[in-house]
Design a protein around this ligand. Sequence first.
Ligand code: DO4
Ligand code: MG
Length: 279
Amino acid sequence: MHIFKTQQKVIVKYNDGFFSSPHWSWDSFINRKGLHQQVLDDLKTVEADGSLEETIQTLKAPVTSQEIWASGVTYLRSREARMEESKDAGGGDFYAKVYEALRPELFFKSPAHRVVGHGDKVRIRKDSAWNVPEPELTLFICSAGTIEGYTIGNDMSSRDIEGENPLYLPQAKCYDGAAALGPCLFVPGQPINQKSGISIEVSRSGKTVFSDEISIDRMKRSHHELAEYLFREMSFPHGAYLMTGTGIVPPDTFTLNYADVITITIAGIGTLINEVAGQ
Ligand code: DO4
Ligand code: MG
């Protein structure tokens, strides 16, 4: 089951049928424990409507009041890249430690108003010269703390700012257009297949300048563990999104340019495409 947020409506795609109701509003519709079964119950009273397929061409990010959080250094590749970029600042050791530690690195990424959806533009900071996309499986956790769905996240990052000093992390990670989510909320009714692949392609003037892929089972921590830490001492009345960290980091010679097109696909969820906004 895929739940789409459009300008006017919440639309559910289930078994190739499209469903909507004027009574559905995003926050209350998605923030339910046992979401898959609850939506199946809703669909019993709603007729499929083929004309809705066209409406999902104009998507919004699948978020209204949910905070977006992110996890760090959950894959070996992220640990290596961070240790390298921060070694001159003497910060490398922190990344090695957090990779092994019981407590994960979790950080606030974005409120809804700074997030962009499928087809919108992500941004790179004007005061940074080394920027990368981070393609991340993103959990939707309802206010009761259970993982109810998944989406694709792009944790845009300024590597020079983060590498200069790990205390600059919030500036490297949080700015307008630094987070993309979409294209939909995938609600499989069971944990996502651990063999699901994440792939990314960055194209520049029509040519691929970076591509890579990884399977989500390469992550060191479990989804449940990350969600449990996030909800330990914080309440989220509308639920929350949690990016689970990147396992793909481009080579150090790579930086994003204005007008690059970033395409991220996660099996089962779909494809999130965003262009990098111009100056
Ligand atoms: O520790 C810095 C951030 C790491 C991160 O965003 C990731 O591993 O995905
Ligand atoms: Mg990240």
